[in-house]
Design a protein around this ligand. Structure first.
Ligand code: SAM
Length: 163
């Protein structure tokens, strides 16, 4: 069951340290159709809607050659998550599990990762399918799928279809 920010039976919140290090830079923002956590998919699907990775300057030149890959790993910051629950009850049934055995967005450092399908690149925007985050989620990084680290042949006209 998706949560807003409540504490459920069996869960444990701790006095978490103030997040004041690591110094991440948002390299862009993710545009998706979802504005509520209750409607956002738990994991993305490659037949899901096209979402947009809007890359900020000065990082845009870093998109060069990204179109050599079909699948990308997208890393994002689940910015609306609480960060202090070490035991969580995903089904809200009183059975709590340790956070490191879950892919819950509620974690000390709310990093999200998805392996997405590249649909196309339009200037500073990367179009992908396979995301599961809210509209306006901060983008931290984009990497080629590690299984495809050998570049494919250059893309041919018609390889990418944008909707
Ligand atoms: N695929 C990523 C992973 O496995 O690391 C994230 C999985 S997490 C279960 C996805 C859920 O996080 C969504 O269903 C939604 O409830 C929640 N979520 C999405 N975007 C969020 C955001 N920006 N802040 C807080 N929670 C978010």
């Amino acid at each position: 069951m998706v949560r807003e920010s409540e504490i459920r039976a069996g869960e444990l919140a701790v006095d978490a340290p103030k997040p004041n290090h690591a110094g991440l830079v948002y390299i862009g923002r993710i545009r998706t159709p979802w504005t509520s956590r209750l409607e956002t998919p738990r994991q993305g699907r490659h037949d899901g809607p096209v979402c947009r990775l809007e890359i900020f300057e000065p990082w845009v030149p870093g998109l060069k050659d990204l179109d050599l890959y079909k699948h990308l790993e997208v890393i994002y910051w689940l910015h609306l998550s609480r960060r202090d629950l070490v035991l969580q009850s995903p089904k809200n049934d009183g059975n709590a599990r340790g956070i490191f055995s879950l892919r819950t967005p509620v974690r000390p450092n709310p990093l999200g990762t998805s392996m997405v399908k590249l649909v196309g690149i339009e200037g500073s925007t990367v179009l992908v399918r396979g995301l599961d985050c809210l509209d306006e989620t901060p983008l931290l990084d984009v990497k080629p799928d590690r299984c495809e680290f050998t570049p494919l042949a250059p893309p041919q006209p018609g390889d990418f279809q944008t909707e």
